[in-house]
Design a protein around this ligand. Structure first.
Ligand SMILES: [Zn+2]
Length: 407
């Protein structure tokens, strides 16, 4: 093994000046313990937002707390601080989200608005999970409203973008965006809907999301309410009766939803969804496992986008931050920002698509179907990612981190 896991520095090395001064003054505030927790949370959230983190994790360990920020998709240890029986930052978060503290030992979810020091409001989603040393907290920092990208802002090449727009201009069919969690699927889907919403023609667009992540003006977005008894599939069936021309169901998780969306896509609706799968082949196999007939998939499916996000090499230090002096632009990671790598396969009745569905019908494995992509001379996700390495946008280590050694 060449790369050993990095040793953690002793907790004190990570503590911010603010934390330490706070610890020193803790005894004076012993009776007013929420002061410390509140300031602690303020410091963490301000710093996380300033660093453009997407998530903050507070994890209780035997000796104290570890605070992590997710920066460009990768979790980084931000600071540690000792336990203090008088103060509990997770309890403070729970009170902000109005979660009942008497319900110990069970996972809870909530959300709250938080104002930073520039008085900007942020929506934060909180998840609480009981662990051996107490509740841990995961905080998702939601994107600002209006931060929906247009297709040309996604960072994909022009040719793929114009093919994607062509799919968005179709009258019917189903576009599936595939990738693991955190691969930018929702961003791509929102850009597609934004393209439709900004088009010359008025098209009735309705979304069923769980949850709504960003707001697009001039379309109807709806969020499944917990305990409403409404499933994605039943909401979808009602949506079809709303005379919607374009429908988005945020994620295909079960056979019933898949079947409902597929049948809508075959009856004059343009449908969009994401699916948690790794490649073209594995996406098609999942649809077959959901008992969708191959001929129906072939009729309804207009295309599959397979995508990942790669961290871009920091332009300030050229990725050398870890070896030379610490770079402020990338906080010493060597990367700043992310770019998508996108493989769009259209099913348009070409010889290639017929071959794919013939093989699928014969029970071909996901790998065999991905092999057809290679045979046809179309680039794989790895080929596309390596083009970004050649262009100096990212590096081979990042491609390996995201795509592994094969695929
Ligand atoms: Zn840098």
């Amino acid at each position: 093994m060449e790369s050993k896991p990095k040793k953690r520095s002793p907790p004190s090395a990570h503590r911010t000046v603010r934390e330490m001064s706070l610890s020193a003054s803790i005894s004076q505030h012993a009776k007013k313990h929420p002061v410390f927790a509140a300031e602690m949370i303020d410091v963490c959230l301000s710093e996380a937002i300033q660093k453009r983190a997407s998530d903050v994790h507070l994890q209780p360990r035997r000796d104290g707390w570890e605070v992590y920020y997710r920066l460009d998709g990768v979790l980084q240890l931000a600071s540690t601080f000792p336990h203090d029986e008088k103060t509990n930052p997770v309890a403070r978060l729970m009170s902000l989200a109005k979660l009942p503290s008497y319900m110990g030992g069970i996972p809870q979810e909530g959300s709250f608005q938080w104002n930073d020091d520039r008085n900007q409001s942020h929506e934060l989603r909180l998840g609480i999970f009981p662990t051996l040393y107490g509740n841990r907290a995961a905080i998702r920092i939601m994107g600002e409203a209006g931060s929906v990208f247009k297709t040309h802002e996604l960072g994909i090449d022009e040719k793929t973008e114009s093919r994607l727009k062509r799919v968005c201009e179709s009258r019917d069919g189903w576009l599936l965006v595939a990738g693991p969690a955190g691969s930018g699927k929702t961003t791509t889907l929102y850009a597609c809907l934004q393209h439709i919403a900004l088009g010359h023609e008025n098209r009735s667009v309705l979304t069923i999301e769980d949850p709504i992540e960003s707001v697009i003006e001039s379309i109807s977005q709806s969020q499944l309410q917990p305990n409403s008894g409404l499933t994605l599939a039943s909401a979808m069936r009602s949506a079809v009766r709303q005379d919607a021309e374009v429908l988005l169901v945020s994620e295909i998780r079960d056979a019933e939803t898949a079947e409902t969306v597929l049948s809508a896509s075959m009856t004059g609706h343009l449908c969009f969804s994401s699916i948690h799968s790794g490649s073209l082949g594995s996406t098609l196999r999942r649809l077959v496992q959901m008992k969708l007939p191959t001929y129906a998939i072939q009729t309804g499916l207009r295309g599959i986008v397979c995508q990942r996000l790669l961290r871009a090499t920091c332009k300030q230090c050229d990725g050398k931050s870890q070896t030379e002096h610490r770079c402020d632009a990338c906080h010493g990671t060597g990367y700043q920002g992310r770019i998508p790598v996108v493989q769009l396969t259209e099913f348009d009745g070409s010889d290639f698509s017929c071959r794919v569905f013939d093989r699928l019908e014969c029970g071909a494995t996901a790998d065999e179907i991905d092999g057809l992509v290679h045979e046809s001379g179309r680039p794989s996700l790895r080929d596309l990612a390596m083009e970004l390495v050649t262009a100096g946008i990212t590096d081979a280590a990042e491609v390996f981190r995201v795509l592994g050694s094969n695929g």
